[in-house]
Design a protein around this ligand. Structure first.
Ligand code: ZN
Ligand code: ZN
Ligand code: ZN
Length: 283
């Protein structure tokens, strides 16, 4: 029997989650009234008895309870970048909460320097909570036969650190995780391709979880300060989804994104979809 690698989506919201702190829009109010919460973007990758998570949210406990695993069993953490919702759960691994030891922390050189410079994180390395495993951009990390992670450097406002997407490869399939980036032209230029399909085909992707922060431009007043390609633009670049096409699902949705409440088959999505918490993929 071939041992499969499985991926579970732990959250689909932008860093702030929904309800978004301080917001009383219709979406935030109705989620609050219904006791519902859309949790920040993160994924869990299981392979044999290893549990890897990409990005760690403060809502890790709720994510783990909803998806039926124990966060104490997490063996590896992979970090995309240092923006709040991607790292604000790291403290949960330390002495004040789970008091774990020896969790492998995979991050870029720039993220590791930030670790050294941030006293509460540096202390967790010193105490042995995390063991540093620095990766190099675009270098495949073979973790076992038929199981690898490849960090891909992708432009995103680097206020604290650089930013990486990850390709997770199992025995049969590959998944791309790209929660944040600034602009398709810059990203495609950096990876040396002209369009999204050519890039995903070149790196042999079957499933792609990509930045769907905003549906359209001018969705929030300060959108110029937080650049992301809109879903409208990504769909315009992709065209209609064909039969046997790559399975592209949007993640990292802001509370203002109207697609949050649409039906899966909404024609405005042109066959592509919005990821749901709990979506599972076998690689
Ligand atoms: Zn983010
Ligand atoms: Zn809101
Ligand atoms: Zn970010």
């Amino acid at each position: 029997m071939v041992l499969r690698t499985s991926v579970t989506v732990l959250g689909v919201a932008q860093d702030g989650g929904i309800p978004h702190p301080g917001c009383h829009c219709e979406t935030c109010e109705s989620q609050f009234q219904n006791g519902n919460r859309t949790l920040p973007t993160s994924i869990c990758v299981r392979h044999k008895n290893e549990i890897h998570i990409i990005d760690v949210s403060r809502d890790l406990d709720t994510q783990a309870r909803r998806q039926n695993f124990n966060p104490r069993e997490i063996t590896d953490i992979w970090l995309t970048h240092a923006h709040l919702g991607h790292v604000d759960g790291l403290g949960l691994f330390g002495r004040e909460v789970m008091a774990l030891k020896g969790v492998r922390l995979h991050a870029s050189e720039s993220m590791m320097s930030l670790f050294d410079e941030t006293p509460r994180w540096a202390a967790m390395i010193e105490q042995g909570v995390f063991v540093k495993h620095q990766f190099e951009s675009n270098k495949k990390q073979n973790l076992s036969p038929n199981f690898s992670f490849t960090p891909i450097s992708v432009p995103h406002r680097n206020e604290f650190s650089d930013n990486h997407a990850f390709v997770v490869r199992g025995h049969d399939k590959s998944l791309l995780h790209l929660p944040d980036h600034d602009d398709w032209d810059k990203t495609l230029k950096q990876v040396g391709e002209d369009n999204i399909r050519d890039w995903l085909t070149k790196i042999d992707i079957d499933i792609a979880l990509i930045d769907g922060t905003f549906w359209e431009s001018n969705e929030i007043a300060r959108q110029d300060n937080v650049p992301h390609p809109t879903i409208t633009e990504s769909i315009a670049r992709l065209g209609e989804r064909k039969e046997d096409d790559i399975d592209i699902r949007f993640i990292h949705l802001n509370h203002t994104n109207p697609a949050l409440s649409w039906d899966k088959k909404d024609p405005r999505l042109h066959g592509w979809s919005i990821a749901n918490e709990g979506d599972k993929f076998s690689l």
